[in-house]
Design a protein around this ligand. Structure first.
Ligand SMILES: C[S@@+](CC[C@H](N)C(=O)[O-])C[C@H]1O[C@@H](n2cnc3c(N)ncnc32)[C@H](O)[C@@H]1O
Length: 309
């Protein structure tokens, strides 16, 4: 059964077992500092002059990448997230189901996401193959595919993304070169060679591509990455396409994020000062917000701050 909603699952507030992340690093997941920076760039500075467009994530797990995506939602934009959330039906592989059923629930995702953002995204609880009925053609500016890692599923997800992305939109494909996910590699390069996807950037874990013109994005991103310590970006020519690449190895982790649930002060420590007049601890800028401040031109940063207010 597929359900769609942006309402929190009933009873969430009463569940004291739910996680209370005090920073992004507290959220379990597979989302490394280089990719956090790349998401921030493609959603922020790299999209600064673009009109509103929706965001879509296929496969959110406990919300680590979703939290970062949510930080860059602009006025008039919507984010949709699709996941099976450990359901009994729908996983292509039994072993995958068994793995996620150990740790993943929709309520745990909601608790994590709500620690950083006021409003939940639109949640589609089901297989990604329901998305073509739900997501309008040409409506999205950014899509992250990180759900099933089996070839048939990923190949379909890419075609869903191709139709949902508007001109110049960004597609991110997770695990395009990971040892245990050869099907993702096959579907990814098939999209490049048979369906016209143009790779812009290759990180250790994700391919960032577009069906628009990759050159302006690639050139602007190269300039940006040259300023990131230990990043050493380079361009490699792949079948006539100039593609940017960098390794995540030595990229410094972004500074720790503080959420609505700051970590308790160590005993004996002087409590952190509170903002004047505040009844609750002041919300310090999150790492993703700091990333935005680092990576975005001042105008966009101000717009992000305004939107958050
Ligand atoms: C690798 S995790 C996502 C990680 C997350 N993006 C992050 O950065 O932390 C894959 C997710 O896809 C979900 N999933 C697997 N197969 C799926 C399918 N066919 N449709 C929808 N979701 C699926 C799993 O439940 C899991 O939460």
């Amino acid at each position: 059964m597929t359900t769609t909603s942006s309402e929190a699952t009933p009873g969430q507030d009463a569940d004291s077992e739910l996680p209370r992340p005090s920073c992004l690093e507290d959220v379990p997941g597979w989302f490394w500092p280089l990719d956090q920076r790349l998401f921030a760039w493609f959603l922020g500075a790299g999209a600064a002059d673009t009109p509103p467009g929706d965001l879509l994530e296929m496969g959110c797990y406990l919300g680590k990448s979703t939290v970062v995506m949510g930080e860059f939602l602009r006025t008039g934009e919507k984010m949709t997230v699709c996941d099976l959330f450990g359901s009994d039906d729908g996983y292509t592989k039994e072993a995958t189901k068994a793995f996620y059923q150990k740790s993943l629930t929709r309520r745990a995702f909601e608790a994590n996401y709500s620690a950083f953002h006021d409003t939940l995204p639109e949640l589609v609880e089901g297989r990604t193959d329901v998305l073509p009925e739900l997501i309008a053609e040409d409506s999205c500016r950014f899509i992250h595919i990180d759900a099933s890692h089996m070839y048939d599923d990923v190949a379909d997800d890419i075609l869903t993304a191709k139709s949902a992305l508007r001109e110049g939109g960004i597609l991110v494909l997770d695990d395009y070169r990971t040892e245990h996910t050869p099907g993702v590699a096959a579907a990814t390069w098939e999209a490049v060679f048979r369906h016209g996807l143009r790779p812009v950037m290759l990180s250790s874990n994700k391919l960032y591509g577009t069906w628009g013109d990759p050159a302006p994005l690639r050139d602007a991103l190269l300039k940006e990455l040259r300023g990131v310590p230990h990043c050493n970006p380079e361009i490699q020519r792949i079948a006539g396409l100039d593609v940017l690449r960098a390794s995540r190895a030595k990229i410094p982790a972004p500074e720790l994020v503080t959420s609505r649930h700051p970590a308790p002060a160590k005993s004996g420590a002087v409590p952190a000062p509170r903002a004047a007049g505040a009844g609750t601890p002041a919300r310090r800028p999150s790492a993703v917000r700091r990333l935005a401040v680092d990576l975005l031109p001042p105008l966009v940063t101000r717009a992000v701050r305004r939107a958050r207010r």
